[in-house]
Structures are given as structure tokens and as C-alpha cells.
Ligand binder design. Structure first.
Ligand SMILES: Cc1cc2nc3c(=O)[nH]c(=O)nc-3n(C[C@H](O)[C@H](O)[C@H](O)COP(=O)(O)OP(=O)(O)OC[C@H]3O[C@@H](n4cnc5c(N)ncnc54)[C@H](O)[C@@H]3O)c2cc1C
Length: 377
């Protein structure tokens, strides 16, 4: 007899594993189908910044989702450590955005104003005060926008903890199982086809990151495409930084053991995982502008990964309008580590019909696909 699941998850990155973890905690019978190894794609390539304030420069649905997710982290870190023994390395080491011009300073004043108005801690510092916090910051920085409470985690540990936690609650994890088709019958999800046979379930969640596009109904015109990012890590004899330095999407961020991550390039529609000399050169130039003494660091590793990007830059979180039981949780672009916890919790609530914060998910529902299509045609 065919075994059947309450929920099938396609993709074992941070998003798939977080949804599996939260569903399994709610006593659902879950299977994760992962074509490679758990966490082997974007979720392990990430730097792990929980950059609500530094990354998201406007108030809106993404900022609110990010904030809700960030706020879940402290309790979640404890819960996962207790359940699995895995330390996700959550630290609140702060982040700063260096300003090089008067215009930068004005922009940062504006950001600090609206963030403070909604209860966030955001300080605009002049150059001297900024270098008191972070002595290695470039002398060319005339000031900074400083977020003392921004945090970070270790992405590979986070994915591993979610998958191990889900397994503890009974989730089956099937690695090296590629989903090849999604079958709906009479407006309802029926089963998925894989390279090792059909898998049946009441519901399915597409959480296949930058590879999700093939599972969208083509008539919606929804797009998910990769934006490749190259990163390098480096070590210094003594720790160089305490806080993350971040501007225009580029960063130098300190990790455990005196290691720095320097990232990341952005190349749309590129599925390759190689790291180019051009890419490294570009990152060195960015890093030097933030922290000139970074040139003394020794290179440790280089790697690349694919961020899942959508037509309008927002993730798709919700059910297919024409196939009951077929859900999407994908397109988290630069913020999947930040958004992993809230995505897992909110999707599990949606699938099990629990009343969560529905307004939080609404802007990311698939209803907007029709609007995207209208704009395109
Ligand atoms: C260089 C870089 C730096 C980043 N830094 C940060 C950061 O500091 N903070 C932050 O919040 N975010 C960051 N991100 C973004 C974050 O990594 C992503 O948004 C997040 O990992 C996406 O998670 P995911 O589970 O959707 O995708 P993935 O981790 O890519 O997982 C999708 C999984 O689906 C599997 N899959 C695909 N197709 C199939 C199939 N047909 N059948 C079965 N399985 C399949 C894949 O093998 C993969 O394991 C960064 C990303 C990159 C690339």
C-alpha cells in the first residue's frame, strides 16, 4: 500500500526545513524531499545576517515580516538547542551602514527617524563616534547609521537544527530525491512524481528556492529566478571587527573565531557555483572601502549560491488559487535566513487552518500573480 503524508515538502533548505519543523511540532506527518543534501544550496551559502534594519530600508510588509521573524529567534535558538543539541550561534553583534557623503547622512537620518518611530533602535553617529564603536571603520566614512541590536546566526547550523528538530518530531527526510512533477486532479493536489516513484499527501509545499519556477502554473506568469552571489571568508590574527559593516547590499561581517565573511556579488539568471576572479576583485574593493585594513587578512574559503528572486521582489507565501492543497513558500531572495522562522510558523498555521497573523502573510499571497500578469501584458 502507498504510504501517504499530511504534508510533502519539496526542498530541504532553510524554508522547507523550517516549515517541516513547525508542522511536525503540530503533530503532522511530514516528508521532506530534497534532490541533493539538506541545506546544500542557498541556505548554506548565506552569511546569516538577520538584517531587518540594515537590509530593508522601507517600512512595509517585508519589514514587518522580517521583524516578526527576528523576534522569534531568541526563543527558537533555545528550543532548537534543547531539542537537537545544535547551537545556531545567534548573536546580537550590531550592524552599521557607513556614510561617505552628505546625501548618505541625510538618507540615514530619514531611516533612523521612521525606525525609531516604530520602536527600533537606530542611531546616526558622526565619524568619530562610529570609529569608537568600530575602530577599523574607514577614515573616509563621515558617519554611520548604527543598529546595535542587529544579529546573525550560522546558516548551516540553522538548517541542520531545523531538519534534526523536524526529524525528532517524526518527519521523514529523503535526500537525493528529486521531484519531477506536481499532479493536481479536479482542483485538488493529488501527488508528486519523483525520480524514485510517486509520493502521496494531502498537501504539498514548494520550497525549492531558485529552482521553484517549474512547479508554478505557467499561466500565472510568476517568475522565480536565481541571483548568484559569490562570497569569501578571511581570517586575521586578532579579530578585526565586532559589528557588521553593510552598505548597498555589500558587507563585511564578523563570524565566530575571528573569521570575516565578505560578500556578495549579484548576478541574475546564473546557476553556476564557480567563483570568478572578477567577483573576488569586486568584493575586495568593496571591503577595502569599508575597512581598509581588511587587506591584511588571509583568505580562507570562497563559495557561491543562488538567491531565489521573484518578479516583484517579494516571496510567494500561500496556496495555489486553482489547486487546493498546493502551497508555495519561495522567493525569499536576500532574506531567507532572516525570514526562515516566521515562514515556517506562518505556513504551518495556514496549512493546518490555525489562526495566526493572517495580515502578515496576505501581501505575499498568490492573488498578486494576477496583478503581475496584468502588468506584464
Ligand atoms: C551569497 C548569499 C548570501 C546570503 N546572505 C544572507 C543573509 O545574510 N541573510 C539572509 O537572511 N539571507 C541571506 N541569503 C539568502 C538566503 O540564503 C536565501 O533566501 C535562502 O537560503 C533561501 O532558502 P530556500 O530554502 O528557499 O532555498 P535553498 O536553500 O536553495 O533550498 C532549496 C532546496 O530545494 C532543493 N530542490 C530544488 N529543486 C528540487 C526538486 N525538484 N526536488 C527536490 N528538491 C529540490 C535544492 O536542492 C535546495 O536544497 C544569502 C544568499 C546567498 C546566495
Amino acid at each position: 500500500m502507498q504510504s501517504s503524508y499530511d504534508v510533502i515538502i519539496v526542498g530541504g533548505g532553510v524554508i522547507g526545513c523550517s516549515i517541516a519543523y513547525h508542522l511536525a511540532k503540530m503533530k503532522k506527518k511530514v516528508v521532506v524531499l530534497e534532490k541533493d543534501r539538506i541545506g546544500s544550496k542557498a541556505s548554506s551559502a548565506a552569511a546569516g545576517m538577520l538584517g531587518v534594519q540594515a537590509e530593508l530600508e522601507e517600512d512595509g510588509p517585508m519589514f514587518r515580516l522580517g521583524r516578526a521573524s527576528r523576534d522569534l529567534y531568541p526563543a527558537l535558538a533555545e528550543e532548537l538547542r534543547f531539542l537537537t543539541g545544535v547551537d545556531i550561534a545567534l548573536i546580537r553583534s550590531g550592524a552599521m551602514k557607513p556614510a561617505y557623503t552628505k546625501e548618505d547622512m541625510e538618507k540615514y537620518e530619514r531611516i533612523a527617524r521612521w525606525q525609531k518611530a516604530i520602536g527600533e533602535t537606530a542611531e546616526v553617529l558622526d565619524g568619530k563616534a562610529a570609529r569608537r564603536v568600530e575602530p577599523a571603520l574607514s577614515e573616509k566614512a563621515i558617519g554611520t547609521l548604527y543598529f546595535p541590536e542587529e544579529g546573525q546566526v550560522s546558516p548551516p547550523s540553522l538548517v541542520w537544527a531545523f531538519s534534526q528538530g523536524a526529524a525528532r518530531y517524526g518527519t521523514e527526510i529523503r535526500e537525493f530525491t528529486s521531484v519531477t512533477d506536481m499532479v493536481c486532479k479536479n482542483g485538488r493536489f493529488d501527488h508528486v512524481e519523483t525520480d524514485s516513484g510517486a509520493v502521496y499527501g494531502d498537501s504539498v509545499v514548494v520550497a525549492a528556492g531558485a529552482w521553484s519556477k517549474r512547479f508554478f502554473n505557467k499561466k500565472y506568469g510568476a517568475d522565480i529566478y536565481p541571483v548568484k552571489g559569490e562570497v569569501l571568508s578571511a581570517t586575521t590574527a586578532a579579530p578585526l571587527l565586532k559589528t557588521t559593516i553593510f552598505a548597498d547590499g555589500y558587507y563585511v561581517t564578523p563570524k565566530k573565531g575571528g573569521i570575516l565573511y565578505i560578500g556578495a556579488t549579484m548576478a541574475p539568471h546564473d546557476y553556476s557555483r564557480t567563483v570568478s576572479i572578477d567577483g573576488l576583485h569586486f568584493l575586495f574593493e568593496k571591503a577595502k572601502r569599508f575597512v581598509p585594513s581588511v587587506t591584511k587578512a588571509s583568505i580562507k574559503h570562497i563559495w557561491a549560491g543562488q538567491r531565489p528572486m521573484t518578479n516583484d521582489g517579494l516571496p510567494f507565501l500561500g496556496m495555489d488559487p486553482e489547486c487546493d492543497g498546493l502551497y508555495y513558500a519561495t522567493g525569499h531572495y536576500r532574506n531567507g535566513i532572516l525570514l526562515g522562522p516566521i515562514t515556517g510558523l506562518a505556513m504551518a498555521e495556514l496549512i493546518t487552518g490555525r489562526h495566526g497573523d493572517e495580515a502578515l502573510l496576505k501581501p505575499f499571497s498568490l492573488d498578486r500573480l494576477a496583478r503581475i500578469k496584468e502588468v506584464k501584458s
